[in-house]
Design a protein around this ligand. Structure first.
Ligand code: MG
Length: 303
């Protein structure tokens, strides 16, 4: 683009903004759009292994007493568990938050049979997630070590966006989404910032393709606040949380476990999805979980 055409499009852009045509459709859909953040609630969710208890019912009883309103099961075998999970949640103030992976193969597989097994198993999980009213199914396009993987080229990124578009549209038909989880350079070198995942969502161009942030992996971010803001309410669909030193219960790593800046972004975004525990535990299980929930509520109030 030469300078003349740049100035021309810039001028057009300014005119459109002045006319209001590029403005967000509601104040909560824009970045930093909520003025009164005191009304934005912290919705806590647990993965299946977090609450103490032998059975699912015991775990849900414990969660209910703590005011935990989200439950994140794994995706493996989910279609066979729809009735069990529905029944377990019936009459409780707990919803399925998101579904954590559980598919076979991977979307960037360079082997047709592995890609096919991804397509089949992922769509089965997505359909079950829709039946359970989940916000989405969490996925990583390819971990660093997964082979054979398509080469890291621009063509592969385009292919990823095309495949995600199809998957996202399928998820949308089922009333749910697929959620890209950025990790860190050791696990997934090409998608390690929340903004990386959000940009793929934008380019996949489907309302069924969303992004998330995991406070554990977000150690690569320069700013927790900036990370969540980069996804904005348009793309941010889920959050994982753990302690920030050893990936155990929030609070078990002491001073390191500060989530206030990230929470401030969530509040300003009017984030109404879940913050879900994905972590181990070092101390007494029941005590550590209760302390962690208390800590998050204190920090949410501070944010
Ligand atoms: Mg995670």
């Amino acid at each position: 683009m030469d300078r003349r055409s740049f100035l021309k499009t810039s001028a057009l852009g300014s005119a459109a903004i002045a006319a209001g045509t590029l403005m967000p459709t509601s104040c909560s859909s824009g970045k930093g759009g909520v003025k009164d953040t005191s009304k934005v609630k912290l919705n806590i969710s647990f993965q299946e292994g977090i609450a103490p208890g032998e059975s699912l019912a015991e775990k849900l009883d414990f969660m209910e007493k703590l005011g935990v309103t989200g439950f994140e099961p794994g995706g493996r075998g989910l279609s066979g568990r729809v009735a069990e999970i529905r029944e377990a949640l019936s009459g409780r103030n707990i919803k399925v938050s998101a579904i954590c992976a559980g598919f076979d193969g991977f979307i960037l597989a360079d082997d047709a049979a592995i890609k096919e097994s991804f397509d089949t198993s992922m769509r089965e999980i997505v359909a079950a997630a829709g039946e359970l009213g989940s916000t989405g199914v969490i996925m990583v396009p390819a971990f660093n070590g997964q082979e054979p993987c398509k080469p890291h080229t621009l063509q592969t990124r385009d292919y990823l966006c095309e495949e995600l578009h199809k998957l996202g549209e399928f998820a949308k038909e089922h009333g749910t989404t697929v959620i890209l989880e950025p990790l860190n350079r050791r696990e997934c070198f090409y998608m390690r910032l929340v903004a990386d995942a959000a940009a793929i969502c934008r380019d996949a161009d489907s309302e069924g393709v969303k992004a998330m942030g995991d406070f554990w992996h977000m150690q690569e971010e320069t700013s927790d606040y900036g990370a969540f803001m980069s996804a904005g309410s348009q793309y941010l669909q889920h959050v994982h949380i753990a302690s920030r030193g050893r990936r155990i219960m929030p609070g078990e790593d002491g001073e390191k476990d500060n989530y206030v800046e990230g929470f401030r972004a969530l509040k300003e975004l009017g984030y109404d999805k879940f913050v879900s525990f994905e972590c181990g535990c070092e101390g007494d299980h029941e005590t550590a979980v209760k302390n962690a929930v208390k800590l998050l509520r204190e920090q949410w109030a501070l944010a």
